[in-house]
Write a protein that binds this ligand. Structure first.
Ligand code: GDP
Ligand code: ZN
Length: 296
């Protein structure tokens, strides 16, 4: 028996890194155990096999979750230090999606950054929206995975910690990772199909070591993202400027929607809080209400 870290997942097959740094493939004991990329797990070697068996998952420091079709939280990755949300001019930046990722980062209590990739396609100034994030204290970097511009700054954000890269499909996440590691990420055939779980060998989530010492998790599950919240009340915790203003609301249980004496709404009107961010907040509240009907 020893400890390992899950570094790639494919359905019920995992790639793990043992504590002596060697890598191995592992199955999972029982149906209830659901390891994800980033997990610390207990593995046991199987007699007469090169394979290992995951028999337990350690308590997670944090989890990135999203609601599944039935509104239950599904864990996408765990034990993360930093969330890197990527936007680009093409496909057109959807700041509401960026806000949903940042909301998740706040609730996981991890730092986050917004990067605007493909600046080579932009004439003139990058979007003013980036300043909104910068003013709130998020790291903001503009870059081009194509030309290499700004990539040093991206690498700095990722050094010596475990990040997860998120963003709409096509914004350049794979290109950014490839640029950082200087080669093509092999997403496919990393996991053998030995146990006949299907012909597709494309991994689900993968953790890639970076030259700067950190590691980055790439998970297709985060491409169309909304955080899984147990209650709409939590949405306010996911917006740092709303959290900061909430102390001054007349009611301690103010939801910042229609209540009188709401400091959040005041700040939206006087320019202290971006109306678009406030709209983003309300959308997350509504979404969470739909998913948790009757609980709020
Ligand atoms: P992902 O879906 O987020 O992983 O995006 P990809 O890395 O697959 O990139 C999507 C497309 O955008 C590809 O055709 C890339 O070549 C292109 N792309 C990525 N980064 C840049 C960039 O900085 N500038 C330009 N012009 N194209 C880029
Ligand atoms: Zn309020």
């Amino acid at each position: 028996m020893q400890h390992a870290t899950v570094i790639a997942t494919f359905s019920r097959r995992m790639r793990v890194r043992l504590d002596d740094r060697t890598e191995a493939e592992a199955g999972i004991k029982g149906k209830r155990l659901k390891p994800v990329c980033g997990d610390r797990v207990v593995v046991e070697s199987l007699p007469d096999e090169t394979d290992w068996l995951i028999t337990a998952v350690d308590v997670r420091r944090n989890e990135l979750t999203r609601p599944n079709a039935r509104g239950q939280a599904e864990v996408l990755a765990s034990n993360i230090d930093y969330l890197l949300a990527v936007a680009a001019p093409e496909p057109r930046a959807d700041w509401f999606i960026i806000d949903r990722y940042l909301c998740a980062a706040e609730l996981m209590d991890v730092d986050a950054g917004v990067i605007f990739n493909k600046v080579d396609l932009v004439d003139g100034a990058p979007p003013a929206e980036l300043d909104v994030y910068r003013r709130m204290g998020y790291d903001v970097v503009t870059c081009s995975a194509e030309t290499g511009m700004g990539m040093d700054a991206v690498a700095k954000l990722l050094a010596a910690r475990r990040s997860i890269i998120v963003g709409q499909s096509g914004v350049g996440k794979s290109s950014i990772i490839n640029r950082l590691i200087g080669e093509d990420v092999q997403r496919t055939s990393e996991i053998s199909d030995k146990w006949g779980e299907g012909r597709h060998t494309t991994v689900n989530s993968v953790m890639i070591d970076l030259p700067g010492g950190g590691a980055i998790i790439d998970s297709p599950g985060v491409r169309d993202y909304a955080p899984a919240l147990d209650s709409a009340v939590l949405a306010a915790q996911g917006f740092r400027e709303i959290r900061a203003a909430a102390d001054e609301c007349r009611f301690t249980n103010c939801r910042h929607l229609r209540e009188p004496g709401c400091a959040v709404k005041d700040r939206v009107e006087t320019g202290g809080i971006s109306p678009r961010r406030y709209e983003s907040y309300k959308r997350i509240v509504n979404l969470t209400r739909q998913l948790t009907e009757g609980r709020y």
